[in-house]
Ligand binder design. Structure first.
Ligand code: NAP
Length: 349
């Protein structure tokens, strides 16, 4: 697909951890152009440069830094709003924008479980997108992406779910600090430490994959029917969530069959050649000590998921490790891929 005129987009929550990643990834995007930045009342009315505590290694593009930050209210000059809002504010603001005719592409949890809102990963459940036809907002729509730790897991599970079926799953996460937003966890809590609790995270991980891997029958999404047990930990890594997974499959599979379906998996974003799509959603690493966050989180610009350490499990069938970039694949990059799918499917015409 080629775009004659770039689609104007706004970022709600542009000053936060995910908001900054949106700015970075949308600068020079072939289809989208940032025209509006918005955040809380305390940031509104000031230049982005002056108000953002930019902590990414790239520079703020000059044209973006000069933009005046607005309040998160309809009236913004754009068609799509990417929401990187704190969950305390996101629910109502996103509904208000959808009712004002905007396409809301959200990272926040508030609308993820609404029956007519897709919880979308274009490489996993692109068919779920069509449920937006049932939404009743006046003119606009809301689509969401999953929690950052769910995204990498769901991408790795999809090929296995399709090929062998999943009976049960146990997952233990080691989640990066940037997942807690900015400024996030204080240095005295984070350094030399692991925090074995992330509020609400285990509940999300035990529920979201079931909607994502569920079947859309044209009317509703029927959740997948396996059980998940999740234990979530915050570790002292800047970006990249690592997860240890134990899985019981419905049908027998050998190690080489599992690796085969993982590395050969392709989906709609690859067929449509969406600009942010990884060429290969899942990469498998045979080294004993892979995947590691520092070495592999930026694979395929942070959009590919790395899997390794596949081996027999004494309790379930197999165990393996999954790694994905939490603010790219698990947040801003995933949301941008969602918007690209919307565009490619004609939902933005
Ligand atoms: P964050 O760093 O705390 O940023 C929150 C943003 O929301 C800031 O721009 C803030 O603006 C704005 N905001 C807060 N209260 C507001 C209000 N009442 N009205 C308008 N704007 C308000 O959080 P984050 O980590 O970027 O996360 C953003 C969202 O994405 C959250 O819902 C989070 O759960 C989700 N998410 C995060 C990740 C991740 O890896 N970090 C991954 C997936 C999903 P000010 O600067 O002006 O206060």
């Amino acid at each position: 697909m080629t775009v004659d005129k770039k689609i104007p987009v706004g970022i709600l929550g542009a000053t936060g951890s995910v908001g900054q990643k949106f700015v970075e990834l949308l600068t020079d995007h072939p289809w989208f152009e940032i025209t509006e930045l918005a955040a809380s009342e305390k940031s509104a009315g000031r230049k982005y440069d002056d108000v953002v505590n930019w902590f990414l290694p790239s520079r703020i593009p000059a044209s973006i830094g000069a933009l005046s930050v607005k309040e998160c209210r309809p009236g913004l000059n754009c068609k799509i709003v990417f929401s990187a809002l704190d969950a305390n504010a996101a629910g109502e603001i996103e509904t208000e924008f959808a009712n004002a005719g905007y396409v809301v592409v959200s990272n926040a949890k508030n609308h993820r479980y609404d029956k007519d809102v897709p919880l979308l990963i274009p490489d996993v459940n692109p068919d779920h997108l069509d449920i937006i036809k049932q939404q009743k907002f006046s003119g606009g729509m809301i689509i969401t992406n999953p929690n950052c730790s769910t995204t990498g897991l769901a991408v790795a599970l999809k090929p296995l779910h399709d090929a062998f079926g999943i009976e049960a799953l146990n997952v233990v996460t080691m989640q990066a600090l940037s997942g807690a937003g900015y400024p996030g966890v204080s240095s005295l809590d984070a350094m030399d430490n692991v925090i074995p609790f992330i509020k609400g995270e285990e509940e999300k991980m035990e529920l979201e994959p079931l909607k994502i891997l569920g079947a859309f029958n044209g009317t509703e999404i029927i959740n997948a029917d396996f059980k998940i047990s999740a234990s979530c930990n915050r570790v002292s890594v800047i970006d990249g969530h690592l997860e240890s997974v134990s899985i019981k499959l419905k049908n027998p599979a050998t190690e080489s069959e599992i690796i085969d379906v993982l590395i050969n998996y392709k989906s709609e974003p690859q067929r449509l050649k969406l600009p942010s799509a990884p060429l290969q959603p899942v990469h498998y690493f045979y080294e004993d000590d892979m995947p590691q966050p520092r070495l592999l989180r930026n694979l395929e610009s942070g959009m590919a998921v790395s899997v390794g350490r596949l081996r027999k499990c004494n309790l379930f069938d197999y165990k393996f490790s999954v790694l994905s970039h939490n603010t790219i694949r698990g947040a801003a990059g995933g949301a941008i891929l969602n918007a690209e799918l919307l565009a490619a499917k004609g939902y933005l015409d």
